[in-house]
Design a protein around this ligand. Structure first.
Ligand code: NDP
Length: 429
C-alpha cells in the first residue's frame, strides 16, 4: 500500500489532478503540489478549498521546485514522505523526475512522453529513445513507473487492451480518434502547452501500418467520421505517443491516430510554420538576443488554463477497432464524451485537462491499493484495464461502447464476471 502524493507542475492538468487527489485523500493520503511558480500551486490549493474538494482533513501543501534538478526533487519526495509522484509538468521533465523516483523508490506516473527541447520528432519507437532505457533500473529498484497515463496516451491504450481481452480473437486495426468539438471563443489558442502542442505537428507523422512504421506529413491524410453526440468531423493523421508503445506491445498490424482540426487552426498553424515561428532552433535578433521562435509564440498565446471559464461544447476520444471474433468480422467503438462546462464547474479546468488528469489519479489510486503496483516500468496496455475503466466510470469519465448491439456504458466489472483475463500481450525482450 502506497500513500502520499507529490504532484509536479501547476498547469491545467495539475489542477484536475490536485482536485481529484483531494476528493480521494482517504486513500491517497497527504497531497503536495510542487512547481516552478509557487503562486500557481497556491491558486490550485485555494480552488480545492473553495470547492470543498477534500474528502477528509489532511495535508495539502505547495512547494517551489525546479524539477530538472534531480537532487532537489529527491529531497522533496523524502521530506514529504511521498510514495507516489504524479508528473504533470512539461514533458521535458520526465527523465529527471523518473530518476528521482528510481533513487527514492517512489512510484512514478506521467501523461506524456519525454522530449528533448532541442529535438523534434525523433526516430520511432519514441519510448525507446528515453524512458525504456531506464526499464531495468526500475526493475532493479522495484519501482512502479506507469508511462503515459492520461487519456491519449493512456485510456486509449487501456481501451485497446480491454477490447482485445473481451471482444476479439484478433485485431486488424485500431484507429484512435480525438476530436475537440468545443469552442473557447478566442481567435487562436492551444488546449495545452503551445510549445508541446505545436511540436507534435511540425515534423514527420509516424503511423503503424502493416506492422511497420509509415511516414507522412501533417495534414496529408484526412478522414471524416460520424461520432456519437458530436456528429460529423474531419480529422487528420497525426503522430502520437501511444502508437510508439502499442505497436510494440500489442499484436495489431495497423494502429493510427486521428485528430480533429478546424480549418482556422490549420491556416494559423501553416502561417506560423511557414514563417519559421514554430522552430525549436534558436535565432539571433538584430539586438543580439538569442530567442527560440516557438518559445516566443508560446509567450504571446493565451495560457491554456485561462480558456476554461469560457469553454463550451464537448470532447470525444476513443478507439475504433476492427477484427475477428469466432470467425466473424466485427467493429466496435469504445469511447468517452466529456463536457467542458461540467469539468469547469467541478474542478475549474476545461475538458482537455480533465480527460488527462482524471486517469492519472485513477492510476495512482490503483497503485495506492496495490492493484497496479507492479514494481517495474510499464505502458498502460500492459496493465489490467478492468479496474482502471471501472474506477474512471465512478470518477467522472464514463466509458461507452458502440457495436452491433447498440450504444451503452461499459461496465468491466459486469462484463468480465466469471471470465478469465486472456492476456494476448506481446511482451518485448
Ligand atoms: P501546462 O503548461 O499548463 O503546465 C505545465 C506545468 O509544469 C506548469 O505549471 C510549469 O510551470 C511546470 N513546469 C515546467 N517546467 C518546470 C520545471 N522545470 N520544474 C517545475 N515545474 C515546471 O501544461 P498542462 O497542464 O496542459 O499539461 C501537463 C502535461 O500533461 C504535459 O506533459 C502535457 O503534454 C500532458 N497532457 C497529456 C494529455 C493526455 O491525454 N495524455 C492531454 C493534455 C496534456 P510554470 O507555470 O512556471 O510554467
Amino acid at each position: 500500500m502506497k500513500r502520499n502524493v507529490l504532484i509536479i507542475g501547476a498547469g491545467g492538468v495539475s489542477r484536475v489532478v490536485a482536485h481529484k487527489c483531494a476528493q480521494n485523500n482517504a486513500l491517497l493520503g497527504n497531497i503536495h503540489i510542487a512547481s516552478r511558480t509557487l503562486a500557481k500551486c497556491h491558486a490550485i490549493i485555494e480552488s480545492i478549498h473553495d470547492k470543498g474538494s477534500m474528502q477528509r482533513n489532511g495535508q495539502l501543501q505547495a512547494h517551489m521546485l525546479d524539477a530538472m534538478d534531480v537532487e532537489a526533487t529527491k529531497f522533496l519526495i523524502r521530506a514529504t514522505g511521498s510514495q507516489i509522484v504524479i508528473n504533470v509538468g512539461s514533458p521535458f521533465l520526465n527523465m529527471s523526475v523518473l530518476q528521482a523516483c528510481i533513487d527514492t523508490g517512489a512510484a512514478y506516473l506521467d501523461t506524456a512522453i519525454h522530449e528533448d527541447p532541442a529535438k523534434v520528432c525523433e526516430s520511432p519507437p519514441w519510448y525507446a529513445n528515453y524512458e525504456w532505457k531506464r526499464r531495468q533500473a526500475c526493475k532493479n529498484a522495484r519501482v512502479t513507473a506507469v508511462l503515459g497515463v492520461g487519456f491519449d496516451p493512456g485510456v486509449v491504450n487501456a481501451y485497446a487492451r480491454y477490447a482485445m481481452d473481451t471482444y476479439f480473437d484478433s485485431i486488424e486495426s485500431i484507429d484512435i480518434i480525438d476530436i475537440n468539438a468545443g469552442s473557447h471563443g478566442r481567435y487562436f489558442a492551444t488546449n495545452f502547452d503551445p510549445e508541446i502542442n505545436f511540436r507534435e505537428f511540425t515534423s514527420t507523422v509516424w503511423s503503424w501500418e502493416n506492422s511497420a512504421w509509415k511516414a507522412n506529413a501533417i495534414f496529408e491524410r484526412s478522414k471524416e467520421w460520424d461520432m456519437p453526440i458530436i456528429g460529423k468531423s474531419t480529422t487528420y493523421l497525426t503522430g502520437h505517443d501511444e502508437l510508439h508503445s502499442m505497436s510494440q506491445n500489442l499484436d495489431v498490424p495497423n494502429i493510427r491516430f486521428w485528430m480533429g482540426f478546424s480549418e482556422h487552426y490549420i491556416n494559423v498553424f501553416t502561417v506560423l510554420k511557414t514563417l519559421g515561428l514554430l522552430s525549436e532552433q534558436p535565432v539571433l535578433t538584430a539586438r543580439g538576443v538569442e530567442v527560440v521562435p516557438l518559445e516566443v509564440v508560446k509567450a504571446v498565446l493565451p495560457d491554456p488554463a485561462s480558456l476554461a471559464p469560457d469553454y463550451t461544447g464537448k470532447t470525444y476520444i476513443g478507439d475504433l477497432i476492427k477484427g475477428d471474433r469466432d470467425g466473424q468480422t466485427q467493429e466496435i467503438l469504445i469511447y468517452n464524451i466529456c463536457d467542458h462546462q461540467t469539468c469547469f464547474e467541478e474542478v475549474g479546468s476545461q475538458a482537455i485537462s480533465y480527460t488527462a488528469g482524471v486517469p492519472v489519479v485513477a492510476a495512482a489510486m490503483l497503485i495506492a491499493n496495490g492493484i497496479w503496483d507492479v514494481g517495474e516500468m510499464v505502458n498502460v496496455e500492459e496493465l489490467d484495464p478492468q479496474p482502471f475503466i471501472a474506477l474512471m466510470n465512478r470518477m467522472g469519465l464514463v466509458t461507452r461502447i458502440r457495436d452491433s448491439q447498440g450504444d451503452r456504458v461499459v461496465d468491466p466489472e459486469q462484463e468480465m464476471v466469471g471470465k478469465p483475463l486472456t492476456s494476448k500481450l506481446v511482451k518485448y525482450g
